[in-house]
Design a binder for this molecule. Structure first.
Ligand code: ADP
Ligand code: ADP
Ligand code: ZN
Length: 219
């Protein structure tokens, strides 16, 4: 199952990816997580990505496409993958199609999660995540049992610096300008599935499961 999860910052891509992974054991490939790991480790990639991420801009296509191509070439992606936060530009989508067609594979579904803008801002500005296991919480919508501490592993919960309101709003603009045109791209390819993300996470997941079941049947 080769899947793409799309949606603006805060739509719930990471949250849904965790739920999908539990029922469909495919690797979860989040370019945002890959860049944050690289920044934390201080690698060359991290140094390149950091200045763009801090400003709420996209990391340049040649860098991003390169790391995704490398990741998709790993053996664990042979049976399928779940891309979260990639592609975000038309060039990225075209590069992905090229990689797929070289391997005689294709993307089976692009699942687009929609949420109104002001809700997105509430979600991103209240998001905290575990420094140890990366679990994501929300200070109001999905709070940990003990403030600042991860329920799952006891690790420290921190806010992402790019989730501060001004940068979060900038990221929404970038999404509108550079990423939303991709919805037409996948619509034209007949694989776009729109999901109302402004509901309880489990309700959103139920709709995603329906989409996944329908793909399974058409294979
Ligand atoms: P969110 O989950 O809030 O949508 P991500 O964690 O996916 O955010 O991305 C964080 C940042 O990492 C982006 O603002 C951007 O700078 C960079 N990034 C992630 N994915 C991509 C991509 N496909 N292309 C370019 N930059 C990316
Ligand atoms: P994305 O990966 O698209 O940026 P996340 O999955 O990280 O989004 O979710 C953003 C924030 O919103 C997190 O704090 C998360 O706990 C919260 N969240 C995710 N899904 C929902 C939902 N359906 N209802 C309320 N809050 C949610
Ligand atoms: Zn944790």
């Amino acid at each position: 199952m080769n899947l793409i999860l799309m949606g603006p910052p805060g739509a719930g891509k990471g949250t849904q990816a965790e739920l999908i992974k539990a029922s469909y054991p495919v690797p979860h490939i989040s370019t945002g997580d890959m860049f944050r790991d690289a920044v934390q480790e201080g690698t060359e990639l991290g140094l390149k990505a950091k200045s763009y991420m801090d400003k709420g801009q996209l990391v340049p296509d040649e860098v991003t496409i390169g790391i995704v191509e490398e990741r998709l070439a790993q053996p664990d992606c042979k049976e399928g993958f779940l891309l979260d936060g990639f592609p975000r530009t038309t060039a990225q989508a075209e590069a992905l199609d090229e990689v797929m067609s070289k391997q005689q594979r294709r993307i089976e579904a692009a699942i687009n999660i929609s949420v109104p803008e002001e809700v997105l801002i509430q979600r991103t500005t209240g998001r905290v995540s575990c420094t140890r296991c990366k679990s994501v919480y929300h200070v109001v919508f999905n709070p940990p049992q003990q403030s600042g501490i991860c329920d799952k592993c006891g690790g420290e919960l921190i806010q992402r610096s790019d989730d501060e309101e001004e940068t979060a709003r900038k990221r929404l603009q970038v999404y509108q300008q550079q990423t939303s045109p991709l919805l037409d791209y996948y619509e034209e390819h007949g694989i776009l599935h729109n999901i109302d993300g402004n509901r309880d996470a489990m309700q959103v997941f139920a709709d995603i499961q329906e989409v996944l079941a329908s793909i399974g049947k058409s294979q």
